[in-house]
Ligand binder design. Structure first.
Ligand SMILES: Cc1cc2nc3c(=O)[nH]c(=O)nc-3n(C[C@H](O)[C@H](O)[C@H](O)COP(=O)(O)OP(=O)(O)OC[C@H]3O[C@@H](n4cnc5c(N)ncnc54)[C@H](O)[C@@H]3O)c2cc1C
Length: 263
C-alpha cells in the first residue's frame, strides 16, 4: 500500500495571509481538479496546500459598464462563470465555453484561475480569453502587476508566475460583435479550439488546445493567403487525440466555413 506523505494545510479568508503563505512548497489550491491528480502521480509534492476557496476577494464577478469590462475572480468556478447574468450578457462566448468545460464535477469545482495557472494546453478558457484581450491581475506579498493572458501562459503547463505569485482576477473587455468560439472534442478535454473576432476590416484568429499555448493572429479581412499561411505555420500537437495533419485540416475547414473563404 502506498503511504501518502504528510501534507500541511494553510486556510484563511484573508488574502494577505494567503499571499504571505504561497511559495513553491506551499501550493495554491482552488478546486484541486488538476493539483490533486498531479500530486497523486507524484508530479507535484508540496509540503502544504494553501486553500483559496475561503478568500472572498478571489470570488467576485463585477460588471463595469463605464469601463466596458467584466472582472472575474480567480477562484470563480466554471459553473458560476457560465451562470452569471452579467457574463452571459456581456461575454456570451466565454459563458458558453465555460458551460461546456469537462463534466459537471469539473465545472462545479474547477476555477478560472486554476485553469489558467495550470496552463494545460487542452483548455477552452485560455483560448477565449486571449481572443478577447483579457488582462490578468497578479499579486504576491511583494506587490502587484498586470499582464495579458498571452504573457501569463508562456508554454505547455508553463506560466510566467513567480512561485510566490497568485492570480487574483482577470478583466475582460465586453465581447465585440463577430466573436465566436468553436471546439473539436472527442475526449474530456478539447482537441482543437478556434476563437474568432471577425469584423469588416480584420479577422482575429486564436487557436488553442492543439497548440502549446493559445496562438493569435490578426489578418486583414479577405486575406485568404495570409490566413492560410497562419494555419500552415502553426505547430499542432501529434498525440492520442489525433495527428497534426488531421487537426490542421479540421482547422482549415472550420475557418473556411466561419469566414467564407477558400483555403
Ligand atoms: C476530467 C477533466 C476534464 C476537463 N475538461 C476541460 C475542458 O473541456 N475545457 C477546459 O478548458 N478545461 C478542462 N479541464 C480543466 C479544468 O478547467 C481545470 O481542471 C480547472 O479549471 C482547474 O481549476 P482548479 O481550481 O481545480 O485548479 P487546481 O487544481 O486547484 O489548481 C491548478 C493549478 O493552478 C494553481 N493555482 C490555482 N489557482 C491559482 C491562483 N489563483 N493563482 C496561482 N496559481 C493557482 C495550483 O497551484 C495548481 O498548480 C478539465 C479537467 C478535468 C479534470
Amino acid at each position: 500500500m502506498t503511504v501518502l506523505p504528510e501534507l500541511g494545510l494553510v486556510r484563511s479568508g484573508d488574502l494577505d495571509k494567503v499571499l504571505a503563505a504561497v511559495d513553491y512548497e506551499h501550493a495554491p489550491y482552488a478546486g484541486g481538479t488538476e493539483l490533486v491528480p498531479a500530486m497523486g502521480l507524484g508530479l507535484r509534492r508540496p509540503a502544504a496546500i494553501v486553500d483559496l476557496k475561503r478568500v472572498e476577494a478571489l470570488k467576485g464577478i463585477e460588471v463595469d459598464a463605464d469601463a466596458g469590462t467584466v472582472t472575474v475572480g480567480a477562484a470563480v468556478t466554471h459553473r458560476r462563470l457560465s451562470d452569471h447574468p452579467g457574463v452571459r450578457e456581456r461575454l456570451p462566448t466565454l459563458a458558453a465555453a465555460a458551460s461546456r468545460v469537462g463534466n459537471a464535477r469539473v465545472r462545479s469545482t474547477g476555477t478560472v484561475g486554476g485553469n489558467l495557472c495550470f496552463a494545460e494546453p487542452r483548455s477552452d478558457l485560455g483560448c477565449v480569453l486571449v481572443a478577447l484581450g483579457a488582462m490578468a491581475e497578479v499579486r504576491s506579498a511583494r506587490g502587484a502587476r498586470t499582464l495579458s493572458i498571452d504573457e501569463l501562459i508562456v508554454g505547455a503547463f508553463e506560466t510566467s508566475l513567480a512561485e510566490d505569485e497568485l492570480l487574483i482576477a482577470v478583466t475582460v473587455p465586453f465581447e465585440p460583435a463577430g466573436t465566436s468560439y468553436w471546439k473539436l472534442q472527442s475526449y474530456e478535454r478539447p482537441t482543437l479550439g478556434v476563437a474568432l473576432v471577425a469584423t469588416d476590416s480584420q479577422w482575429e484568429v486564436t487557436v488553442g488546445a492543439a497548440t502549446e499555448r493559445p496562438t493569435r493572429a490578426v489578418i486583414a479581412a479577405g486575406d485568404a493567403a495570409g490566413l492560410a499561411a497562419f494555419v500552415d505555420s502553426l505547430e499542432l500537437s501529434d498525440d492520442m487525440t489525433g495527428p497534426s495533419d488531421y487537426k490542421r485540416s479540421v482547422l482549415r475547414a472550420r475557418l473556411q466555413r466561419a469566414l467564407g473563404v477558400e483555403l
